[in-house]
Design a protein around this ligand. Structure first.
Ligand SMILES: [Zn+2]
Length: 412
């Protein structure tokens, strides 16, 4: 079969599986697998369901890389890795999706029960329908289509269902990377972010830094500033100097990213005194920074500290920084990596457009894989309703993504 024939066979087969895809998607929505850190029951039930599916599909290996966790009564967080043998053992192409969900949030904003799926206008509604149910289901359907067509992909194919993506991945992919030996040439597809066209492949992300700056001066009556050290004034002056410094010095623009420059924003401002006629003795300002991977985040932190030192000395106050989150961006997956190239060309064949390679602000699971030295791409076709009330996914998007996966595997 040539590529065109493979494409039309796969399209026909995947489209004939629409009912099965809808059933899988609805079933996924019906599980309350809300992350335990946000007071949910966790992933046990959905994992049992998924394990049964891959068992029935006769995967060659099914592995549990569960993480111990006392937050849940059953004591562990499931991570299931299942492998279908390809023609060669040289590498495994992994599709990684997550089983946990964010909480439903304010129920009055939902038009339906978040854990009772409904189908309306070609979309499935419910918590997890998009994040990450859509890609989880699309990856299963892609492999079922491949099996139906009796195509044996060139390399092994792995479906990896992980826990704990929504609160930092300690019990999910982080645990798997530390406790399972992937092949050194393995490739990873992390379909957990994208756009409605499906024309962006994420290959890089920025470093992320969340800082809390606390200035401690001396409180006094507002009519007696000579007795005070106004922590608010000194704090905002210092914050502004830090802000200007970062934007002036770290102004390189990389067109891979949107926005193309590093970002550094003063964000949360904690309340200080309760009344207008008191000079605050303590002042707290937070920053959210997303720094291009070519810059050294540790060096920037040292420079921020030096600016604060100057203010401490000049005004005789204390300025402390607390790091609320720090993620140093790993090396991007190279634009000319064979994974990026072959996935791009598969996408181009199926959808008739040239996909764009992009970088994002940070914080996906792909970063954990890249840090461990593996190539990883993030791609999906979604309307970006994740974490919102009335989260939903188009059935057509799921079918179309399954076609892309199956075609990619069949033509490698
Ligand atoms: Zn997600």
């Amino acid at each position: 079969m040539d590529r065109n024939q493979i494409k039309s066979e796969i399209e026909k087969t995947v489209k004939s599986m629409e009912n099965e895809l809808v059933d899988l998607s609805c079933k996924f929505v019906s599980f309350n697998s809300v992350n335990p850190k946000t007071n949910g029951p966790g992933e046990k039930e959905v994992a049992l369901w998924l394990e049964n599916i891959v068992k029935k599909m006769k995967f060659d290996r099914i592995l549990h890389i569960d993480a111990k966790d006392t937050q849940v009564p059953y004591g562990y967080r499931p991570n299931i890795l299942s492998i279908l043998n390809g023609q060669s053992d040289e590498k495994t192409i992994w599709f990684m999706t997550h089983m946990d969900k964010v909480p439903a949030g304010d129920l009055s904003l939902w038009e339906s029960d978040p854990f009772k799926p409904i189908i309306k206008d070609g979309k499935i509604y419910g918590r997890g329908a998009e994040d990450n149910g859509s890609s989880l289901v699309a990856s299963i359907i892609a492999l079922k289509a491949i099996q139906k067509l009796e195509i044996k992909p060139r390399y092994n194919v792995g479906l990896m269902f992980v826990s704990d993506e929504e609160t930092g991945s300690e019990f999910g992919i982080e645990h798997v990377v530390n406790n399972f030996k992937f092949g050194k040439d393995d490739w990873f597809i992390v379909p957990d972010s994208g756009n409605p066209v499906g024309n962006e492949i994420e290959i890089a992300e920025k470093s992320i830094i969340w800082l809390k700056m606390t200035t401690v001066g001396k409180q006094a009556h507002a009519s007696m500033p000579q007795l005070a050290k106004n922590a608010h004034r000194i704090g905002i002056k210092c914050a502004l100097e830090i802000d200007n410094f970062i934007h002036e010095k770290y102004n390189f623009e990389d067109p891979l990213f949107t926005p193309s420059a590093s970002t550094f924003e003063p964000t949360k401002k904690e309340a200080n005194v309760e009344n207008v006629n008191t000079i605050p003795g303590v002042d707290v300002i937070c920053f959210d920074g997303r720094i291009l991977p070519s810059y050294d985040l540790e060096k920037i932190l040292t420079e921020i500290r030096e600016i604060a030192d100057k203010y401490e000395k000049e005004y005789d106050v204390s300025i402390k920084f607390e790091i609320l989150q720090k993620g140093i961006a790993p090396e991007p997956t190279p634009a000319d990596h064979p994974l990026v190239k072959s996935f791009s060309s598969a996408l181009k064949d199926v959808r008739n457009f040239d996909p764009k390679l992009v970088g994002i602000g940070g914080g996906t699971c792909a970063a954990i894989l890249r840090k461990a030295g593996f190539p990883a791409i993030v791609w999906a076709t979604i309307d970006e309703t994740a974490h919102q009330p009335n989260e939903n996914i188009s059935i057509k998007y799921m079918l179309d993504d399954a076609i892309v996966y199956a075609y990619f595997l069949a033509t490698l």
